[in-house]
Design a protein around this ligand. Structure first.
Ligand code: 3UK
Length: 516
């Protein structure tokens, strides 16, 4: 019988306790500078949890984590959850206006950030009416006297909160922000049970993760994908996770894999394309037993090239911030290159056609998913919440087709969003940014496939004046401008200059005419 009881459960306790007792000396995390064992991790989590209360924060308060991948990240994330405080992980590459929005929207009481980001947050604080504490390894702000705003002091203080705060499977645990084609990012509220459920349903059953595995995720911890790959999954089996602050270039990825004898690697298709175009020696991948790709569809050719080069499989699977991790996936010894595979057991999916009926085999429909890792809601956005979450079902915004073998193939988004390097980009956001440049009269942005079959933004521009003789300079100027104004990866990879944009009678840009 299905029980509706809300069972007592703390996600941090679940990941910490057993490891600290059964394998205290085992290395949990290795970052660019340090290593930490499961016992040390447990003590620091408890120390940080106690320090949170000493700074005046209370149960159910919210805190923002904007940190590069390093050992302090799991300590701050799990320490907050241990204390019943809700951490909100945000992208470290965001520009000030997005961060300011998230600080105000979330009503967070404190920010934990990497040293390099401290000034940025201080500047935001200075222009905002909101009272907020900022903690990093610098002592910049001085409102929280107790620890001089020093994160290390909080993590290393002697007082421990030995028992976790009483929380339940279905109480609010942490947030992530998810972006859409229009409007501001949405605070996506996840429950205590969801972290564990992603590990049980996907990582243990599909990836067959074990205590002996060494995990390395090129996707950072502030993404749902990276959080599962590099924190939940390794801790769910007592494995070791490799963290790095650095941008995942070919050199860094290869060095991390070799030096740490990584067994399971997680990347996005763009990174696989770069690795596969670099003429690498297969010996670099000797320690690997498996690779995973998500964020956008992995083209069939890249999947096959990876297998040829490394002799290991790469499992493509689709996940989302709303579902926390992957819910349709290929599996070991059973992959169909160019597809997302089959629903992960424990999830149900359906494809809905325009007339609201379910698609038959070989018919395209919009993908909906149901499973025990779905977010509860978007914070403070009732309309967007009810447009996405329907009882137990969640809309993904993706078009899919299922063949007679039950294998799902990605057919594009139902909205205007693009996934570029595994991350959401709204064409409208790039257009608005381009239009704010004095040289630009009008701009339209569409997705175009590059040589690896991966989608990247292309801009069609109508210039203000006749500048045709300096096109190269203008392109460089616009690229630098966008990289400064938006999260840098959103810049257009191609430009085309037109006299006018194709429009409908009512003046709407006809993007379909610009896509080839
Ligand atoms: C697209 C894919 C085709 C799809 C994510 C793994 O990407 C993640 O979350 P986001 O919220 O984006 C979700 C959207 O991205 N997508 C993701 N993976 C695939 N499309 N094939 C794929 N393999 O449009 C989806 O709706 O950024 C990925 C784990 C956790 C995640 N949050």
């Amino acid at each position: 019988m299905k029980s509706n009881k809300n069972i007592e459960f703390n996600a941090a306790f679940d990941l910490i306790h057993e490891n600290s007792v059964k394998r205290p000396e085992k290395i949990a995390f290795i970052d660019d500078d340090n290593v930490i064992s499961y016992l040390e991790l447990s003590n620091k989590v408890k120390s940080f949890a106690q320090s949170l209360y000493q700074t005046g924060l209370k149960k159910n308060d919210r805190v923002i984590i904007c940190m590069d991948d390093c050992i302090n990240f799991p300590i701050v994330f799990l320490g907050s959850i241990w204390a019943g405080i809700v951490p909100i992980c945000v992208n470290t590459m965001l520009q000030k206006n997005d961060l300011k929005y998230m600080i105000e929207d979330s009503e967070a009481n404190a920010i934990f950030c990497s040293n390099e980001l401290c000034n940025k947050f201080q500047e935001i604080k200075d222009t905002s009416k909101k009272e907020i504490l900022i903690f990093s390894d610098n002592n910049l702000s001085s409102t929280a006297k107790e620890f001089n705003n020093n994160l290390s002091a909080m993590i290393n203080s002697k007082a421990l909160k030995t028992l976790p705060e009483k929380t339940y499977e279905n109480t609010e645990c942490f947030w992530l922000y998810s972006s859409g084609s229009t409007g501001r990012p949405k605070g996506t509220i996840h429950l205590h049970k969801s972290l564990k459920n992603t590990a049980v349903l996907y990582a243990k059953s599909i990836l067959k993760i074990q205590q002996e595995d060494v995990f390395f995720s090129a996707a950072k911890l502030f993404f749902a994908y990276g959080l599962g790959n590099a924190l939940t999954f390794p801790m769910s089996v007592g494995g070791t996770s490799i963290l790095s602050k650095q941008r995942p270039t070919v050199e860094i990825v290869i060095r991390k894999i070799i030096n740490n004898k990584v067994t399971i690697f997680f990347g996005v298709p763009t990174l696989y394309a770069v690795l596969l175009n670099s003429n690498l020696d297969p010996a670099n991948f000797k320690s690997l037993r498996l690779a995973v790709s998500a964020g956008e569809a992995l083209p069939e050719s890249l999947c096959k090239k990876w297998i040829n080069l490394t002799g290991t499989e790469v499992l493509d699977g689709i996940g989302s911030t709303e579902m926390l991790h992957i819910f349709i996936s290929n599996s070991i010894n059973n992959i169909t290159p160019g597809s997302s595979g089959k629903p992960v057991p424990g999830y149900e999916v359906r494809l809905i056609k325009d007339d609201n009926t379910e698609a038959e085999v070989d018919e395209i429909g919009e993908l909906e998913v149901k499973g025990p890792t779905s977010a509860k809601a978007y914070w403070n956005k009732p309309e967007k919440t009810s447009a996405t979450f329907f009882g137990e079902w969640t809309k993904t915004g993706d078009k899919y087709i299922k063949n007679s073998k039950g294998i799902f193939k990605y057919c594009g988004r139902t909205d205007d969003m693009m996934k570029v390097s595994g991350q959401y980009v709204s064409p409208f956001e790039i257009e608005a940014a381009l239009q704010s440049h004095p040289l630009v009269l009008e701009a339209a942005v569409v997705g175009k496939l590059n040589q690896d079959n991966l989608l990247k933004p292309k801009a069609y521009i109508v210039l203000n004046t006749d500048n045709n003789n300096k096109i190269n300079q203008i392109e460089t100027e616009l690229t630098n401008y966008i990289k400064n104004k938006l999260t840098p990866f959103k810049y257009p990879r191609w430009y085309e200059f037109l006299d006018s944009l194709p429009k409908t009678a009512t003046g709407k840009i006809q993007r379909y005419k610009l896509r080839d």
